[in-house]
Structures are given as structure tokens and as C-alpha cells.
Write a protein that binds this ligand. Structure first.
Ligand SMILES: *Cc1c(COP(=O)(O)O)cnc(C)c1O
Length: 386
């Protein structure tokens, strides 16, 4: 039986918090954010036109090594627009992983497309390149450069792997399969800002990548997201679609296609500029937290989810794997009752009513991980990033 008492004592010791609620992930913020917000107020630019929006986009693009970045109101909106500019159309199929946050599948559905769910790997918790290849071999064919689902005759337009909990998926292998089958690769890197594999930042291997800056992510803008790409034409189109597809003009309101009011407001971007300054220190602190968990896990015989070999994770949310679903439920009960927040992974997408009828392949690893993995408190340590 898993000793929840020892776990609770370890977490309370780690965060120096003998009582009260230990959250899953608390944002780090203070004077820098207040100062930047005040600057934004003084500038009179509070909505999506303003200097901080550009500064924030530049800071993120520079950090990850992408040519362009377009900031949005949240990560889901970023994914939605990334998929639209990847060419996803109503009726298309888009392959993603069953083990993800619902926003990944929702963004596909917002395009009028249908998600197809493939399995994840034990080591990365992300899309299994072999599962992707297997589904395509069984169900698709390439005709005149377009991947077609044989049964429906619909194009399979894109592939959206997700870097689960910040652990980098095997993105180069996934990219090879996408190239072979003419799929546009869009990385849902919402959880993985600062994670790397083979020196490449998460989000930068696909034609488009997306990050989220929701309050629970590694840095936050309150709500926010961003699309990154090296392709200037795609960046221009992302900017256009996120600002109601309005053609530039001094006063006229001309909109040349269906656009969205998805641009990040300057107030949020100001907050984000301060958060980007903290990012290196936050990443360092999160590694310390992960190392402390790894060490405690060795001592107590817990299974701690480590970063995959050859990759460097941002360790956004740390995770333990319990022996089975009963042990997992007992662990969730005991820890949450004691004020130490723990959470299961997401209900896999094919188990949600709106996606139950979608195409999928064997999802054994997804089911097993969804039954046995728990997220544990992962905030940066007190004083980090200040
Ligand atoms: C957080 C998250 C999103 C969406 O982000 P929001 O900013 O909350 O819209 C998308 N995908 C994954 C995997 C996420 O974790």
C-alpha cells in the first residue's frame, strides 16, 4: 500500500508549509508585474494595440528561437487559429493523442474537423510516433500529395501532438511520419514552454507551435496564448485572423474573411513581459522540485515520472504513477483530505461524450496512464524568480 502519510509529510517539508492548502501550481508574481501593469495603464493602451503585445511576442520568440510569435487571448484560441492557418477545413480529419487536455480536441472541432485519437508512449506521455504511423497505414492513403482517410474519403490534414505535463514528445520521429504522409505538424506545447529535445525548444519543430499562459501554466498572463512559427506568411495570417481579419486602413472597417477577436490585450502582455523575465529562474526552481521528488521517490519506492531520455523537461507538473486505479483513488482521497492538492490526469478524449464517436486506434497506454498517474504539487519553491 502506498504510504500517503509519508508523501504528505514530504510535500509539506518541501514547500515549508506545515499547514494550509498546498496548491498544485501557484503563479509567482509581484512588484515586477505590478510595475509593468502600471506602465500599461499610463500608456492608455489597454486592449490589443500596444507596445507590450509586441514586446511580449518578441520575448517569447527570442526565448524559444522562433522567427515569429503572435499572442492570443488564450492557448485554445491560439490552437484554433494555428489549425485554421494550417489549412484545416470542415470535414477534415486531424490526428491527435487521446491523452490530452480537452482544448486540443476542441480546437480541432472548432474548425469543423474531426479529431482522430492515437495512443501515447509510456516514456514521454506524448504521442507515440509508431501509433501515428500504424493508424495512417491502416486507414489512410496519399493521393496527389493529400492524405485521405480511405473509409470517409476525407483529407487527414494535420497532426497535433501534445507535450504532456511539459515532457517533450518524440517530435522528430513524429515530424518524419508527418512528412511521409503530407500532414501539417502543429505542436500543442501549451504545457511545455522551456522544454527541449536535442537542443530544439518544444513548439519549434512543427510548422506551427502553441503555448498557453493560463494561470496554472509555468508563466502566466492571467489568460493568454501564443502561436509561434518560422514562416512569415503564416505569422501574417495569424495576426490577420486574430484581429477580425480587418484590412489595414486608417478608418475603414473592411474584413476580407471570417476572423476572430483573439488578440492578447496589452494589459495581459505587460504582465507577460515581467513573467518572461522570471522564466529562467522558474525553470531552475522547477528542476529542483523535480529532483527532490525523484530523490524522495527512490527513498520511498514511489514511481516518479522522469523526463524522457535525451530530453529536458520544464517539469511543469510533476507526476507519480500508482500501481492501479484503486491505489490512485486512495491516494487522491488521502492527499486532498489533508490539504495537499493532487489531481488525476484528464479523462481521455475518446471517453468524452462529444468525441466518443471519433476515429481511434488501440489506446492501451492512454487508458493505463489515465488510470494510474497523479499530478502532485509543483509550484516553484518559495522565493524562486524573485
Ligand atoms: C492549457 C492547455 C491548453 C489551452 O490553454 P488555455 O490557455 O487554457 O486555453 C491547450 N492544450 C493543453 C494541453 C493545455 O494544457
Amino acid at each position: 500500500m502506498f504510504d500517503a502519510g509519508a508523501f504528505i509529510r514530504f510535500v509539506r517539508g518541501l514547500y515549508g508549509q506545515p499547514e494550509g492548502v498546498v496548491p498544485l501550481h501557484a503563479p509567482v508574481m509581484g512588484q515586477m508585474e505590478k510595475a509593468k501593469l502600471a506602465e500599461a495603464v499610463d500608456s492608455t493602451y489597454v486592449s490589443s494595440v500596444g507596445a507590450f503585445v509586441n514586446r511580449f511576442e518578441e520575448a517569447v520568440a527570442t526565448f524559444v528561437g522562433a522567427r515569429h510569435a503572435v499572442a492570443t487571448v488564450n492557448g485554445t484560441a491560439a490552437l484554433h487559429v494555428a489549425l485554421r492557418i494550417a489549412g484545416v477545413q470542415p470535414g477534415d480529419r486531424v490526428v491527435t493523442q487521446a491523452l490530452t487536455f480537452v482544448a486540443t480536441a476542441n480546437a480541432i472541432a472548432y474548425c469543423g474537423a474531426e479529431p482522430v485519437f492515437v495512443d501515447v508512449e509510456e516514456e514521454t506521455l506524448g504521442m507515440d510516433p509508431l501509433a501515428l504511423q500504424t493508424w495512417l497505414r491502416r486507414h489512410a492513403t496519399v493521393r496527389q500529395g493529400v492524405c485521405i482517410e480511405r473509409a470517409s474519403g476525407r483529407p487527414v490534414r494535420a497532426c497535433v501532438p501534445m507535450h504532456t505535463l511539459g515532457h517533450p514528445a518524440r517530435i522528430e520521429a513524429i515530424a518524419e511520419v508527418c512528412a511521409e504522409w503530407s500532414l501539417v505538424l502543429v505542436e500543442d506545447a501549451a504545457e511545455a514552454l522551456g522544454s527541449r529535445r536535442n537542443g530544439r525548444q518544444a513548439g519549434t519543430v512543427g510548422r506551427l507551435g502553441v503555448f498557453s499562459f493560463n494561470g496554472n501554466k509555468i508563466i502566466t498572463t492571467g489568460g493568454g496564448g501564443i502561436i509561434i512559427t518560422d514562416d512569415e506568411a503564416l505569422a501574417r495570417r495569424a495576426r490577420h485572423l486574430t484581429t477580425t481579419a480587418k484590412r489595414p486602413h486608417a478608418w475603414a472597417f473592411e474584413h476580407d474573411e471570417l476572423g476572430y477577436n483573439y488578440r492578447l490585450p496589452n494589459l495581459n502582455a505587460a504582465f507577460g513581459v515581467a513573467q518572461m523575465e522570471r522564466l529562467p529562474a522558474l525553470l531552475a526552481s522547477k528542476r529542483e522540485v523535480a529532483q527532490a521528488y525523484a530523490q524522495a521517490a527512490r527513498h520511498h519506492g514511489w514511481h516518479f515520472v522522469q523526463e524522457p531520455a535525451g530530453a529536458r523537461s520544464n517539469y511543469w507538473l510533476n507526476a507519480l504513477r500508482l500501481p492501479d486505479v484503486a491505489a490512485r483513488e486512495a491516494f487522491l482521497q488521502a492527499t486532498n483530505a489533508a490539504g495537499v492538492m493532487t489531481r488525476p490526469l484528464w479523462t481521455p478524449m475518446h471517453r468524452l461524450p462529444m468525441y466518443a464517436g471519433c476515429g481511434r486506434d488501440a489506446l492501451a497506454v492512454t487508458e493505463w496512464l489515465a488510470d494510474t498517474v497523479v499530478n502532485v504539487p509543483s509550484s516553484p519553491l518559495p522565493g524562486a524568480g524573485e
